[in-house]
Unconditional design. Structure first.
Length: 365
């Protein structure tokens, strides 16, 4: 008998369920177990149908999981950050938060272009540490058997290529040491927020790639030796500590010629190791480098010239370096290079977060 037949049985029409007075005791005894079995099966079918519909409804209402937990001790959903990122749906229709418990995560993390709208939140900036030790001079096997140098742009500890990514309460570190170029954080995506993070390295700590991307840094600590904030992206640094570990250069911008903005440091504090006393604010990695320091506290380690031309006088004609209302022992402008501009109050008005970052998206996440 088919399952559907169970629901179509009608006692008064079926000879098996004729009136009790027309059935012998023997037939009644025979049919009773059959009737009970059919009723049990009908009830089971109803139960399973109800259970299936309930599960479908609950699943549809809840949707995909919006918060994942990474913990090295196995108490979360995943034990590695990369594993959690790969588990997120490509081009997720809803924002996803990955909460990372305290620990030192020795891994190379990549957020690819098809992973967007993700927030990585550490339990605490000092104790949630992502670290790796690649560097430009490291030899790697390339295409099977060819050995080559890794190069600067493969050395990242973390690469953020997806759009609308937020990083907060994390330490991101390249631990290779003073061995040349070694990137800690490499950004390529647009509308990136880096909030309350510690970016640690030596040469080339922070690379902000893609000349059309916008990155917002807030309440961050960034340290390094040479050119440790570099690249073509449009970035705003708000209330950050920029710490120099040796006499060298802080920025090496490569801003696109057509971009009106490059790096803007606002209300930041520039500090240095005790034995460091000759640091330039920047030098132009490309001819149209654009960097502005506004209302920042410049320590005594900043050289009186302020800026350097990368040993090319032609860069002085195109580089766009400016300062406005800075303070501190390194803020004196009397001996600044003559190709650096001191902004007027009117000129400074155009340097707002909304103008530089192309909107107020940084406020909404």
């Amino acid at each position: 008998m088919r399952v559907t037949d169970f629901f179509s049985i009608k006692t008064k029409k079926s000879p098996c369920f004729a009136s009790k007075r027309h059935l012998s005791k023997k037939k009644k005894a025979y049919l009773r177990p059959q009737i009970i079995k059919i009723r049990i099966m009908k009830n089971r079918m109803k139960f399973f149908l109800f259970f299936f519909l309930a599960c479908t409804f609950i699943s549809a209402a809840q949707g995909p999981k919006q918060r994942l937990i990474v913990a090295q001790d196995g108490s979360g959903d995943y034990t590695s950050i990369q594993e959690a990122i790969y588990a997120i749906r490509d081009y997720t229709p809803i924002p996803i938060t990955v909460f990372i418990k305290n620990g030192t995560y020795n891994e190379k993390v990549i957020i690819p272009t098809w992973k967007c709208d993700i927030t990585l939140t550490g339990e605490s900036a000092d104790s949630t540490i992502i670290t790796f030790g690649d560097y430009a001079g490291k030899e790697i096997v390339y295409f099977g058997d060819s050995i080559t140098k890794m190069g600067t742009f493969r050395t990242h500890t973390m690469l953020v290529a997806g759009h609308r990514i937020t990083l907060e309460n994390l330490t991101i570190e390249n631990n290779a040491g003073r061995v040349g170029q070694a990137v800690a954080l490499h950004t390529e995506g647009d509308q990136i927020i880096v909030r309350n993070c510690r970016l640690k390295g030596n040469q080339d700590t922070l690379f902000t790639g893609d000349e059309k991307s916008h990155v917002y840094f807030e309440n961050c600590y960034i340290d390094g030796t040479t050119d440790f904030i570099f690249g073509p992206a449009i970035c705003w640094f708000e209330n950050c500590q920029i710490h120099s570990k040796q006499n060298s250069y802080i920025t090496a911008a490569s801003t696109a010629a057509e971009s009106p903005f490059g790096y803007v440091f606002h209300n930041c504090t520039l500090t240095a190791e005790n034995d460091v006393n000759k640091v330039y604010l920047g030098r132009p990695w490309r001819a149209y480098a654009a960097v502005v320091f506004m209302e920042c506290d410049l320590g005594k380690h900043i050289r009186y010239e302020g800026w350097e031309n990368w040993r090319n006088p032609e860069n002085e004609k195109t580089a766009r370096y400016a300062e406005y209302h800075n303070s501190g022992e390194g803020a004196g402008i009397e001996k600044r290079v003559d190709w650096c501009r001191q902004l007027s109050k009117k000129e400074a008005r155009k340097y707002t977060r909304e103008n530089v970052l192309g909107g107020d998206w940084w406020q909404n996440r």
